[in-house]
Structure formats: structure tokens, C-alpha cells
Design a protein. Structure first.
Lengths: 481, 144
């Protein structure tokens, strides 16, 4: 702990090797009460510039390399933006194969988030020894759960590999379609793994529902706040992860805008810039900044969709909504993730059982017809937007990427702010705050892969400062502890 | 002996992708019994992958402040807590493998000092020079 002075800002520095630099500052007002929180991240601006001058057909190969965590999402959003530049509808089998690959991505990413990052908090306790509160600690204490997590993630990775040829940086989606068919043998291999995958996610759902029942008060209050929501939906309002149009809802679930074509996103989303962060601050233009704060990702998608088009996931959705149409607690992200795994498994099975999935009609010509193109997918963490402007030769002149963690930027600040109000007392950081700040950030599963590394230089720290900027109090944890 | 070489880093960030370069050079030499892999970062799946090998060689870029152009160290299986990260360290990979499967291969990490981590796909001369030395060192060890 540092020596107390007259400072009124709390600084949390959860920065990591390869996923970028980030820190959180919590600001106190003149009375010493928490009134703001800021999540600072090094973001994609440099990367957008890096893409300029490339031929647009290269973009699906370049943009996924920003990220080792959700490259498939970047790949698909990029390919869709390129499709829009070609102005041609891709063949249905190509669309199905892309969506199948995306379902693999949702399964593997959500499984990683739940079993490896969040389950140790839930099953070992927020205040258990940090050095043991991780996947290895989980293996030691709950080996069956950890192994299920590994296997469920592996199933998602296998789908990606079998459909796309590789687990990361697959070059399979290309402007105009895909460049590889799915063989009947590959289809059958994926289908064979489905029953076990359903069993594993059912197990996780039971586990999480049990936690909700046992810790109801904390669950409902954990990073809970009103916000707007954004995500893709199908034409009838059903949950959509690969295609569809945008829907915006308010804090009560009332629809603000519906069926907005991806190409029109800039008519509804504006981006603010703050001098203290490289990260963009997207907001709903109609409501202004920062009132137009919205959340994306699993919680947002389940809050705004009318229903889910697959039976098991829809039944889970109804249970999720049993206590109210809209869930405001950030904790519900975890449950929403598991429901989305159920959907992804069901949807993948639907796609695999469609005879067109092994069709060879997978590609159309991809010469540029339009000066710009927008591609949007629902990445595991939320809405991912790729927007390219090209010249007549197809060279990229400008790029705009809005990533899920960017959309959630304001919301993560709000979640930390909500938590800090409970854990900052008399200008002091209370015991347990660091654990819970980590946990509330994990609800959003932010991915900061745009930056490179500084191994050994990335501690986690909370600093309490006043308006003058001097340090009042500090909590700190190095990654090795 | 089955050997896995994993070069990892962001290959769109100049010197951060030097591990990929080392792997490409080793692949070109077609060394018997050696499997090569590249990755943006180490993830939990590698805990499964490495179990099939006797030895794993990790190759990564290191920060500009590193004291030497490159260095070699034995990897100690273990596991560290990461607040919001999705990556593992080489020690994490072997530690998780050991926890899940009861044993883990021997691991070695080669760290190569990077100088330029801006967006791009070019290596700085000093980093490339160090990488060439690392390739030679790995070849020598594998042929010993």
C-alpha cells in the first residue's frame, strides 16, 4: 500500500503481455465518492492505417492477424465487407460454410471464457488464493469440470479446422464465397462430436444455474446498470450471429431501431474520442454521448432478440428471462454465453444436416463493383464491424473497424464504477476489490489483442488518487503471484 | 525423439513475428522428427498438442530492454494467474499439460530481442541476425 495523500483517482492496471496495454482509473468527486471509471486500451487505429493501400481482396488475410483470440470473426466480417464491394450475393453453400465456421468460433471462444477464465472465480471463490484461482487450480480441485472445458473448446476448434483447414488464420473465406468445400467425411466427423458437446454445455448450465441460486443477491447486483443494447437479429427478430440486420434496444428492452442494414451503421452509431485513451467510444447517436452507451455481446444479444430459432436454446432463453425480460447484471454474460453455445451447437447441426453443406457451388467472381463495403458479424464478444473504402482498382483507401471490446468500452467503465462504489470507503480500497474488478471485466471477456508485448512489465494495480493526482492507496498483483 | 517447435507472436507487428521466421527457417531444413507450429499466442489448446512430443522448443520475441540479443532457458512447468488475458506462457502450457495428463515434455524457450513492434512485416537487422543464430543453435542441439 502506498502512503495516503490527497489524491482522488483509482488506477487499475490490468495489462497483459500480448493482448494490449490497459488500465482502469476510478475517479472520485470532491466529497470522495466514486463518480467515474475509465478503462484505457491501446486500440486498432494504427492497424487501420496499416491496411491502407492494400488490395481489398487481401483484407481477409490481413485483418485477422490483429487477433489470436477471435481471428475467425475478423476473417468473416472482412470477407463480408469484401462481398459488399463486389456487389454480388455469395452462393448459399458458401454462406452456410462460413456460418458453420462461425459456430465453431462461438463454441470454442465461449468455452474458453467460461471454463478457463470465469469458472475458477465461480467454483473456487472470488476471494480464494489468486495463485490457485485459475484453470490449473480448477483441474486440481474440480478435474471433471476442467476437462469438460478443454473438450468443449476442442470441439469448436475442430469445427473451425475441418471447415477452414486451419484453426487460426484460415484462408478459407474469400471475397465472393469460400475456397474449400466440406467433404461428407468431415461433416460426419463433426456430427459425431455433437452429443458429447451438448452434454458438456448442459453440465455447465446446471453448474451456473446452481451458482445463481446460491448467490442470488450478488449475481443480481454484480456490475448491474441500465444501458442500451445492440446486436444482429434475423428478419423475425430471432437471435442471429453471422448475418442479419442491426437492432437497438433501450434499457427496458424497447426497440429503438430495428432491421438496420449493416451498410447504414454510421447513421446510428457515432464515435467519441477521449484524450486519455486510444480506444474509440461508440455511442448511439440518437441519445448522444455518453447517454447513448450501449452493450454488445451475449448479454446484449439475449436482451434484444425476440426469441431463438432453435428449440433447446430458446427454452434456455425463456428460463433466463424468467425473472425479467432484460437482465442488467453483468454477471448474466456468463449464462448468456452458455445459452449461445447451445444455439451454436444446434445451428451447426442444422447446417450439417442440410445436403447443400457439401456442395461445390461456393464461389462467385470478386471484381470490385462498389466503392465501399461493410461487413458485420456477431463475434463471441459482440458486434464486429469492418468497413472498407476502395478506389476503382480495388486498393483500400480507408478502413474503419469497430470491435466488440470498443462497443463495450463505456459499459465496462460503468460496471467498474458500480463495483467501485461498494469497495471504495473513506478514500480506501477495500479488501476484495481487485478480485471483483477483475471478475467484472471478465464478464465482458475483453480482447485486447491489437497490441504487442512487454513480458514481465504488466502488473495489475489499483491506485487511489484525488483530483490532484496524488496516490492515496494502492492494491497490486503481478502476473506471477 | 519427437520435437515440436512453436514460434509465436504477432506476425503483423514486425519483430514480434520473429518466432514465425525461425520456424520457417527450420521447416526449410526438413529436420527429421521435428514438427513445426506457429501461433499468434499460446492458448490452452497447446496443453493438448504438446503431450504427444518428447521435447518442445518455444521461440518468442522479447522486449527491446532485454539485456542480450537472444537467450535460451529451460521452461519450468507451472501456472500463473492472468486477470483478463487469454494467453498462456510456455510454463503455463507445460504446467497445464502436466496437470491434465500427469506428465509434460521437456521445454526450452528461445527469446529473441525485438527492436521494432510497430505494424509491419519486416524484421530489424539486429533481430534477424539474432534469429539466424537461434536457428543455428536449435539445429545444432537437434543434431547432437
Amino acid at each position: 500500500m502506498s502512503t495516503a495523500t490527497d489524491s482522488r483517482t483509482i488506477l487499475i492496471n490490468p495489462v497483459t503481455r500480448i493482448e494490449g496495454h490497459a488500465k482502469i482509473t476510478i475517479h472520485l468527486d470532491e466529497r470522495g465518492e466514486v463518480n467515474d471509471a475509465r478503462f484505457h486500451v491501446v486500440e486498432f487505429r494504427g492497424f487501420e492505417k496499416f491496411c491502407e493501400g492494400r488490395h481489398y481482396t487481401e483484407m481477409p488475410q490481413i485483418t485477422p492477424r490483429t487477433c489470436g483470440i477471435c481471428p475467425v470473426s475478423h476473417l468473416l466480417a472482412s470477407a463480408k465487407a469484401c462481398d459488399a464491394i463486389t456487389g454480388r450475393e455469395i452462393p448459399r453453400p458458401a454462406k452456410m460454410l462460413r456460418e458453420l465456421m462461425h459456430m465453431g468460433q462461438i463454441i470454442q471462444s465461449h468455452a474458453l471464457s467460461f471454463f478457463h477464465l470465469s469458472a475458477p472465480d465461480l467454483l473456487l471463490g472470488f476471494d480464494s488464493e489468486p495463485a490457485l484461482r485459475n484453470i490449473v487450480g480448477l483441474v486440481h480441485q474440480k478435474p471433471d469440470i476442467a476437462v469438460k472445458g478443454v473438450l468443449l473448446r476442442k470441439h469448436g476448434q475442430e469445427i473451425i479446422k475441418l471447415v477452414g483447414g486451419r484453426k487460426i488464420h484460415a484462408d478459407f473465406p474469400v471475397p465472393g464465397g469460400v475456397n474449400k468445400t466440406l467433404t461428407p467425411e468431415q461433416r460426419d466427423t463433426i456430427l459425431k462430436g455433437m452429443p458429447a458437446a451438448f452434454e458438456m454445455v448442459s453440465f455447465a448450465l446446471d453448474l451456473l444455474k446452481g451458482y445463481h441460486k446460491a448467490h442470488l443477491a450478488e449475481v443480481e447486483d454484480f456490475g448491474s446498470f441500465d444501458s442500451n443494447y445492440m446486436g444482429l437479429v434475423q428478419p423475425d427478430g430471432a437471435l442471429e450471429l453471422y448475418d442479419g440486420n442491426l437492432r437497438f434496444c433501450d434499457a427496458k428492452g424497447e426497440i429503438l431501431h430495428d432491421q438496420i442494414p449493416p451498410a447504414q451503421y454510421l447513421d446510428y452509431i457515432a464515435e467519441a474520442v477521449e484524450p486519455w485513451s486510444y480506444m474509440k467510444f461508440p455511442y448511439l447517436e440518437r441519445l448522444g454521448y455518453p447517454t447513448g452507451m450501449y452493450r454488445v455481446g451475449p448479454l446484449a444479444r439475449l436482451n434484444l432478440c425476440s426469441h431463438i430459432a432453435t428449440p433447446r436454446a430458446n427454452a434456455e432463453l425463456q428460463e433466463w428471462r424468467a425473472k425479467g425480460r432484460v437482465r442488467t447484471s453483468s454477471f448474466y454474460y456468463h449464462w448468456a454465453r452458455l445459452i449461445e453455445i447451445v444455439y451454436a451447437l444446434e445451428r451447426a447441426e442444422q447446417l450439417l444436416r442440410d445436403p447443400a453443406i457439401t456442395s461445390t457451388d461456393i464461389l462467385v467472381p470478386n471484381d470490385p463493383q462498389n466503392p465501399e463495403g461493410v461487413g458485420i458479424v456477431e463475434a463471441p464478444r459482440g458486434t464486429l464491424i469492418h468497413h472498407y473504402w476502395v478506389n476503382k482498382d480495388g486498393r483500400v483507401e480507408k478502413v474503419n473497424l469497430i470491435v466488440s471490446t470498443g462497443h463495450n468500452n463505456l459499459a465496462m467503465n460503468k460496471g467498474v464504477q458500480h463495483l467501485a462504489k461498494k469497495y471504495v470507503k473513506a478514500k480506501k480500497l477495500q479488501e476484495g476489490m481487485l478480485n471483483r474488478v477483475e471478475a467484472v471485466i471478465r464478464c465482458y471477456d475483453p480482447c485486447l489483442s491489437c497490441a504487442t508485448h512487454a513480458v514481465g512489465k504488466m502488473p495489475i494495480a489499483i491506485e487511489l488518487q484525488d483530483a490532484g493526482g496524488a496516490v492515496l492507496d494502492t492494491l497490486r498483483r503481478d502476473p506471477s503471484s | 525423439m519427437k520435437v515440436l517447435v512453436i514460434g509465436y507472436g504477432n506476425d503483423s507487428r514486425n519483430d514480434d513475428g520473429i518466432g514465425w521466421h525461425v520456424v520457417a527457417e527450420l521447416q526449410r531444413r526438413q529436420l527429421p522428427g521435428v514438427t513445426c507450429a506457429t501461433a499468434h499466442q499460446l492458448e490452452v489448446d497447446f496443453a493438448e498438442t504438446v503431450r504427444d512430443f518428447d521435447r518442445v522448443i518455444f521461440v518468442d520475441a522479447a522486449i527491446p530492454e532485454s539485456p542480450r540479443p537472444w537467450w535460451r532457458e529451460e521452461v519450468v512447468p507451472g501456472f500463473r494467474s492472468h486477470a483478463v488475458a487469454h494467453f498462456l506462457t510456455p510454463g503455463d502450457v507445460l504446467g497445464l499439460c502436466q496437470t491434465l495428463h500427469g506428465s509434460a515434455p521437456r521445454g526450452v524457450l528461445f527469446s529473441i530481442r525485438g527492436h521494432d513492434f510497430n505494424f509491419g512485416t519486416n524484421f530489424s537487422p539486429a533481430t534477424r541476425q539474432a534469429a539466424d543464430e537461434v536457428v543455428q543453435q536449435i539445429v545444432t542441439e537437434l543434431q547432437a
